[in-house]
Design a protein around this ligand. Structure first.
Ligand code: PRP
Length: 177
């Protein structure tokens, strides 16, 4: 038998401060332009909604769901589109918003699909990045926090669909009893 232990890694206030900074950076980088934020469900939803509040230029939002993990704690490498965007992205400035980049496979795949639809520009914004675990190269434009190779939950991230609602980021450990 095992118990799941949750240990706080990044506090709510620290996340809020960093998201505000990224929002200001995006507003200045895209001054006098409009952007489309593309949320990668489900993990990216809390980050994108909070981020959007700190962007002062006009913002549209759309949502896409790409499954890569199932209920496992490590990446399977299998990527599948569950839900596509509602609107075309041709000639738009788009920013893909993710909760975490691990192997990079999800974003590498997603970026290729979206590039094929001819947006005016495409950037990637992630709350968390695990650079040490990268298997496929991805250019990331905005990063909230670099984290070590730990399984994390909270602020949109789940373990077996739980803990997404935690207002902070926490490490998950299994304690065998
Ligand atoms: C997680 C996360 C990223 C992806 C990152 O999604 O939200 O999309 O894995 O991993 P990678 O860099 O190794 O590809 P998940 O499939 O767990 O879906 P969820 O967001 O619905 O929890």
């Amino acid at each position: 038998m095992s118990n799941i232990l949750i240990e706080k890694l990044i506090a709510e206030e620290e996340i809020a401060r960093r998201i505000k900074e990224i929002g200001q950076q995006i507003s200045s980088d895209y001054k006098d332009k409009e952007i489309l934020l593309i949320c990668v469900l489900k993990g990216g939803v809390m980050f994108m909604t909070e981020l959007s509040k700190h962007i002062s230029i006009p913002v549209d939002m759309d949502f896409m769901s790409v499954s890569s993990y199932g209920n496992e704690m490590t990446s399977s490498g299998v990527v599948k589109v569950i839900k596509d965007l509602d609107e075309p992205i041709k000639d738009k400035h788009i920013i893909i918003v993710e909760d975490i980049i691990d192997s990079g496979r999800t974003l590498n795949y997603l970026k290729q699909i979206l590039e094929g639809r001819q947006p005016k520009s495409i950037k990637i914004c992630t709350l968390l990045d695990k650079p040490q675990t990268r298997k496929v190269e991805v250019n990331v434009d905005y990063v909230g926090f670099n984290i070590p190779d730990e399984f994390v939950v909270g602020y949109g991230l789940d373990y077996q669909q739980k803990y997404r609602n935690l207002p902070y980021i926490a490490k998950v450990r299994k304690e065998y009893v």
